[in-house]
Design a protein around this ligand. Sequence first.
Ligand code: LLP
Length: 423
Amino acid sequence: HLPELHYNQGELWMEQVSIHELAECYDTPCYVYSQQAILDVYQAYSDSFAAIDHQICYAVKANSNLAVLGVLATAGAGFDIVSRGELMRVLAAGGQADKVVFSGVGKTKSDIEYALTQGIGCFNVESISELTLINEVATQLDKRAPISLRVNPDVDAKTHPYISTGLKDNKFGIAHEEAVAVYEKAAALSHIDIVGIDCHIGSQLTEVEPFIAALDKVIELVHSLREKGIELRHIDLGGGLGVRYIDESPVSIHDFAQALLPKLTELGLPVFFEPGRSMVANAGILLTRVDVLKPTAHKNFAIVDAAMNDLIRPALYQAEMAVIPMTLPSEGIDTDDTQPWDIVGAICETGDFLAKDRLLSLATGDVLAITGAGAYGFTMSSNYNSRPRASEVMVAGSHHQLIRKRETTEALYADEILWQNAK
Ligand code: LLP
């Protein structure tokens, strides 16, 4: 997968730390992230777009651990957020508010107040009612709110329907045909500063064509707006670049940039991106231990200590993620009992699987790594079945550090209150 994740004499390592040591030290289930892998991707974006003025606003929803945000903030990243909570995290991690863009279809009054007070860079506005609300709040606070409109370019991102966002049928953005009229409305509002235009068409895109199609539509709008006397200061192309989980061949960051640069250079506006998955997916693994082996007449089940509450992508999107052993089987001896296994959790749902039909040689107590788990892994985890959430660890060189404690079971119900019968 990555240079940061490799086998050395049959043992899995991340950077210069053996996974065996991590499993001993932090127990399982545990998310582990390579700091170098995150920085490598950030650098690849920066280098690939070096020819033009650009800002990388990492999409916090993919992985919002403070340590991850802190590393990116130090590297110079901006952030794409979708809630007050995400903005609080960014600030707590040392991120700069003026490099933050605020996306999302349902921003509340309190979200907007907080973001304006902190001085965020731009609201990506998704409806007229949101625009009106932002203007009202800005008026009350006696501030000017910087905005972009998120336009829905109606292009097919050719990805899983649940993570496709740029189609007319989707709830996101303002229809391309209505965009100019809404910009004119915005221009007439007292406390709104129009600064840009934004789109985001979906996630896990492997081809560059949908991005180009969206860019063409956005550029067309930039020109129409110029004719109306509305000058923009940036264009934001959202996130969405896919990654390799097993055998996908997503366009590389370099080739993605090469395909977009001619048009962006000609346009002459600074460009923003909001990458989430591509920044962190392959920097992370989920370590899990085999608790029970249950071969049956039809199928072999390996029941592991991680479950759909820890990693919901396979259950929710039929996502296929690679499962690799911490220790490779020794040729001949162990490889003889290589069999297809379904890797499942202990939750009472048939949908609770992490992978199906994987050829592995397994014994109880073995540690497995699910790769590609750095994005939309921990952030989508839950406490279903009263399962405490996993710990998180970051590796840098030969160092490793706990970046989130394993939740305690008591914490799961600490905020609950027993019913008191009326006297
Ligand atoms: N910007 C906006 C406005 C977004 O809605 C998203 C993701 C991103 C940027 C980042 O997109 P990325 O670069 O990560 O593709 N939970 C799903 C993915 C949901 C994506 C939601 N929006 C999954 O695990 O596949």
